[in-house]
Structures are given as C-alpha cells and as structure tokens.
Design a protein around this ligand. Structure first.
Ligand code: NAD
Length: 299
C-alpha cells in the first residue's frame, strides 16, 4: 500500500527531523505535540535543519519552503491523525509516556492507520497490545541527522503483519532512507546494540575520572579514524535522552557505574542547561566545538 499522509507525534530532536525529511520527500505531514509551545519550538528546530539540507544535499530555498508548507502543526491528537496512513511516534523514551500516548492514539486514529515507533531502546512487543492493533504496529528507527545518516531500521514483533512490515520498508525507501529490516526483535536494534555500550563505556571513563571528555574523544578519533568521538556523539543525541537511557539501566540493574553516570549527567550538565548541541552546549560548546579545531588531534 502506498501511504498518502503521514503524522509524526513528538516533535523534539528526532520527531522534527523525521517530519521535515518526510515533507521534503513530498508527503503531507501532520506534526503533533503536547502544546503550542512545543510546536513553536519544533518550527524553530526545523528552520535550524534547513541550512544542513542546503549544505549537505544542495536543497534550494524553494524546495525547503515547499517542504515546510506541506507540514501542519497540531496539539489536538484526533485532528493530527485524522488522515494518517502512518503515525510515526517520537515521544520521549519512557514506557509510561509511550503507553499513555498509544492508549490515547488508539481511541482517535482511523482503523487503517499503521503505528510505528522511533523508540531507540524499547521493543514493539511491549506496546503491541496497548495500540489496539498489534498487526499494524512495528518500529521504524531513524538516526540523528536523518538527511545524511539515512538508516531506517525496521523491526516488527511476532504479531506484525508481513504486508504492513513490507509497506513500511517501502515507505522508508521513499523518504530517502536505506531500509534495514531486522528478522526478529532485538533490544537496541543493530545500531544501538553497538552504540549504547560504546557510549556507556565512554561515560563510565569520565564519571570515574579516568580521563576527561576531550582526551577520550581524541583517543577514539586518532586510533580509529572516526570523525567524532563518543562525547561529540552524545552532544548530538542530546543529554536528556542519554540520561533517560542510563537512568533506566541504573534502576533495572543497580549498577553503580550507571548510577554514577546518571548523577553526573544530571548534576554537571542537565541542571546547568547543558543539554547537548541543540542547546548550544553539552560536553562541547557550539557552533565551534573544540573537536573541529584543526589542532585538536595534534596535541
Ligand atoms: P525529545 O525529548 O527531543 O523530544 C520529545 C518530544 O515529545 C518533545 O517535543 C515533547 O514535547 C514531546 N512529548 C512529550 N510527551 C508527549 C506526548 N504525550 N505526546 C506527544 N508528544 C510528547 O526526544 P528525542 O530525542 O526526539 O527522542 C524521541 C524518540 O526518538 C525516543 O523514543 C528516542 O528513543 C528516539 N530516538 C532518539 C534519537 C536521538 O538521537 N535523540 C535517535 C533515534 C531515536
């Protein structure tokens, strides 16, 4: 089935990117968030992505304006989903918030609507029943900076309809993604099965005062040739999301390292307004972070 109208729910770091990329590729997109203030923030975020579309993809002002004009913004959920063939959910990475969202969504979405979550760490089988339409529910996981880091991991649960899965794979391709189908449920998909342990290891080195963030990043960049170290990546992810992930781990495992990392993120960064690149400062200061300095890897 070809989708005609897409709704993106949650218009934060990832939701705003998914919505804009989908509109850029020609779909009408309804953006849903909890209130007008959040929606205004989303519009500002989207304007911030536009220069990257010009720089990285050669997009013209006209194309960017057209994409923006294909988007509509709603704080009323029923209104936001009334035409949706597909709802892509990008609300905060908390089981209680997502469960509550799906309960409300199930009450107002048309029967045809497929629900896909962009959750980074949770499994589709956790929410399949609460959606009220388990066969039309799966995960569609994007990476940050979606316009150039164009992975779309597609992961069903055992009850996801095959055709629904295949339609979502085709949709992902139609918005310029490389679709990466998973054969079974895997916490963290492919990407985060690799990335989360890596970022946790880096944060443990910092929280245990083994080395500072710049030294850890330098080590990784020099030794592997990678363009970014773990703390530059964490700034892109956003420290609130990083905190939610590590705090959930600390609660589930009582791992003292995880708790130390969560406390460090909260006390030394989040409480001071250092939320990552989107807020202008995280582990680095933006727009000219130290790791982009030509001398960074030389001394
Ligand atoms: P974020 O905190 O930047 O944005 C969340 C948005 O959801 C905010 O705009 C908030 O106002 C809104 N929201 C809160 N409660 C809501 C509700 N009940 N209904 C609708 N909207 C609500 O978070 P984010 O980093 O964009 O993450 C969103 C999802 O995307 C998470 O599941 C996360 O795991 C996933 N994800 C994040 C990244 C990343 O790098 N940040 C990458 C891939 C996937």
């Amino acid at each position: 089935m070809k989708f005609n109208h897409i709704t993106v729910a949650g218009s934060g770091v990832l939701g705003s990117q998914i919505a804009f990329q989908t509109a850029y590729k020609g779909y009408p997109v309804s953006v849903y968030d909890i209130n007008d203030e959040a929606l205004e923030k989303a519009k500002d975020r989207i304007r911030e992505w536009m220069p990257y579309y010009k720089e990285d993809l050669g997009a013209t002002d006209e194309q960017l304006d057209e994409a923006f004009n294909r988007m509509s913004f709603h704080s009323d959920l029923a209104e936001a989903v009334k035409d949706a063939d597909l709802v892509i959910e990008a609300v905060p990475e908390r089981t209680d918030i997502k469960t509550d969202f799906y309960e409300k969504l199930a009450r107002v979405a048309p029967e045809k609507t497929i629900f896909a979550s962009n959750s980074s760490t949770l499994l589709p089988s956790q929410f399949a029943e609460v959606t009220g339409r388990p066969e039309k529910y799966l995960h569609l996981h994007f990476a940050n900076e979606i316009w150039k880091n164009n992975t779309a991991e597609v992961m069903g649960h055992p009850g996801t309809d095959r055709q629904v899965f295949n339609d979502v794979v085709e949709f992902a391709k139609s918005i310029g993604m490389v679709a990466l189908p998973l054969k079974k449920e895997q916490p963290g998909y492919i990407l985060n099965s690799l990335l989360v342990p890596f970022l946790n290891a880096a944060q443990a080195l910092l929280a245990n005062d083994v080395a500072d963030a710049e030294t850890i990043d330098k080590t990784w960049m020099l030794a592997t040739g990678a363009p970014n170290g773990p703390f530059a990546i964490l700034d892109i992810v956003g420290l609130t999301t990083a905190y939610n992930i590590i705090q959930a781990k600390a609660q589930a495992t009582h791992d003292p390292d995880a708790q130390r990392i969560a406390d460090m993120l909260q006390n030394e960064y989040i409480d001071k307004g250092k939320l990552g690149r989107a807020s202008g400062e995280g582990f680095y200061k933006y727009p000219d972070p130290a790791f982009r300095d030509p001398g960074f890897l030389k001394s």
